[in-house]
Design a protein around this ligand. Sequence first.
Ligand SMILES: C[S@@+](CC[C@H](N)C(=O)[O-])C[C@H]1O[C@@H](n2cnc3c(N)ncnc32)[C@H](O)[C@@H]1O
Length: 261
Amino acid sequence: MDYIQSNKLAWEDAFRHRKPGWGDDNVARLQSEHLPFLHPDIVRVVEGMAFQGKTVAQFCCNNGRELLSLMQLGAERGFGFDLAENLIAQAREMASTVGAACTFEACNLLELPARYTGQFDFIFFTVGALAWFEDLDPVFALGKRCLKPDGVLLVHDSHPLLCLLPVPGEEAYREGEVRVSYPYFRKTPWLENSGMGYLSGKYDSPTFTSFTHTVSDILGGVLRAGLCLELFQEYPHDVGITPVYEGKDLPLSYLLLAKNR
Ligand SMILES: C[S@@+](CC[C@H](N)C(=O)[O-])C[C@H]1O[C@@H](n2cnc3c(N)ncnc32)[C@H](O)[C@@H]1O
C-alpha cells in the first residue's frame, strides 16, 4: 500500500474515532458567525478580494468547514477535495444544510480528474495540508493547471522551522527551551500511530505518514510550477501545532499568494 492509501485509511479511521461532538456545531457557527473557520491571517487577505461570480476550491478540505466559511464572501461555486470519504460525506451534509453551492469530492488530490483543468479563480490550502505530500512540485503544478488565467493560489500553514523543534510529549522537548532537534533537510517521513490530536485525540491508530518541507521546497515549487509569487509573509504565531514557541520571535506560520499570470 502506498503512503497516500495508508493516509486515507488513517484519516477515515481518525474521523470514525472523532471526539464526541467534533464538528457538531459547524452548521450553527456557519449560520451565525462571519467566516468562522478561517484563520485571521487568511481573513485579512480574502476580505480584500472580490469573489462575486468566482469559482473557488479548497485542496485537502477535510470536512469543508473552511471552504463553507469562504463561501460567505459571495463566490458563485465552491469545490472541496479530500482523501477521506467520511469527511467529505460530512462536508456534503453541511453544505446542503447551509445551502452553499459547493461540490465535495473524495479523491487523492494528485489524481484530480482532468475536468478541473482551468476551472478555478481561487485555490487554497490551509494548515496541515501540504505535509501529506512527499514532493510539493506536482502539488503546485496541479494548482497551476487548475487555475484560470489570473487565478490565485493561497497557502497558509505552519512554518517549516517548526519541524525542527520538538513538541510537548516528544522525548526531546524541554519546557521553556528552544532545542533544534530534527534536521531541516529531513527526507525521511514522519510516521505516527497515535491518532490525529485535534480530531480524535490520542488512540492506537493506523499510520499517518507526513513530510517536512523546506522554505525552498515551497517557494521553489510555486516558481517551478510557473506561478507568480505575489506575497510571502511569515508570522510569529502558531496556527494549531503548539503554542509553546510563541513569544520567542520565531517564524511559526506563513501565508503565500501566487498568481497564474
Ligand atoms: C489537517 S487537514 C487540512 C485542512 C484543515 N486545515 C483542517 O485542519 O481540517 C489535512 C487533510 O488533508 C487530507 N489529505 C491528505 N492527503 C491527501 C491527498 N493525497 N489528497 C487529498 N486530500 C488529502 C486529509 O484527509 C485531511 O483531511
